[in-house]
Design a binder for this molecule. Structure first.
Ligand code: CA
Length: 220
């Protein structure tokens, strides 16, 4: 089968990294500190971080949500790109990981732009909806536990304004979504959401081979 998508080897990654705006000193320090941790694979790449920052500028984002913060690199990339009055609601359940995140957010001077919610994200999103925050967000990034992806997607879609964008990470799941032998709960949940978004007439969506697969869906 032919493919029109380039196979990105280490040389090409190095070239790409050499041709995007460099991450901030603090973002780099956080990314390198996280890279030594066992769960480092959960961190987005600097390329994706640059893409997130670009989206914040491009979509004129003021109010953003992140579902799945880990040690805070993606939130830092978003917060640095937000205007001074911008706000990111960051959802995670790990005190251990988000303690690291908060340390680096402070070092970068963006802590006032980030509202960390340390509890199951579904609770935070439901509370926002109950507090009349539906249709008030410009951007949402979903990158947490995969079995709950559909629940996150549905709630984020309600919270977004028309024209707002939801970005869903890991939609290719190391290729497992295309391997019928993979039937674990995470793979199945991602597959189901991918199938749903494809025919979801509430959004205009595209699935990109960025990182581990990234879907961008604009609320119509
Ligand atoms: Ca991810």
């Amino acid at each position: 089968m032919s493919s029109s998508t380039i196979v990105v080897n280490d040389n090409i990654v190095a070239y790409l990294l050499d041709h995007i705006r460099a991450e901030s000193h603090t973002a780099r320090a956080l990314r390198e500190a996280t890279a030594t941790m066992p769960a480092a694979v959960m961190q987005i790449s600097p390329l994706q971080g640059a893409f997130m920052a670009w989206m914040v500028h491009q979509f004129n984002v003021r109010n953003a949500i992140e579902v799945g913060t880990f040690t805070g690199y993606s939130a830092l990339c978003v917060a640095e790109a937000l205007p001074a009055e911008g706000k990111l609601i960051a959802c995670d359940v790990s005190e251990e990981w988000t303690d690291i995140a908060q340390d680096y957010w402070r070092r970068a001077g963006v802590e006032s732009k980030i509202d960390l919610q340390l509890r199951p994200a579904i609770e935070t999103l439901d509370e926002l909806l109950a507090n009349n925050r539906a249709s008030t967000f410009d951007f949402a990034f979903i990158d947490a536990d995969k079995p709950n992806y559909d629940g996150y997607y549905e709630r984020c879609l309600q919270l977004l304004r028309v024209g707002g964008v939801v970005a869903v990470d890991n939609v290719l799941w190391s290729g497992q979504v295309a391997n019928e032998l993979s039937q674990d709960s995470s793979t199945r949940a991602i597959r189901q959401l991918n199938d749903k978004i494809k025919s979801d007439d509430r959004v205009s969506a595209v699935m990109l081979p960025v990182g581990d697969g990234l879907t961008l869906a604009t609320k119509l």
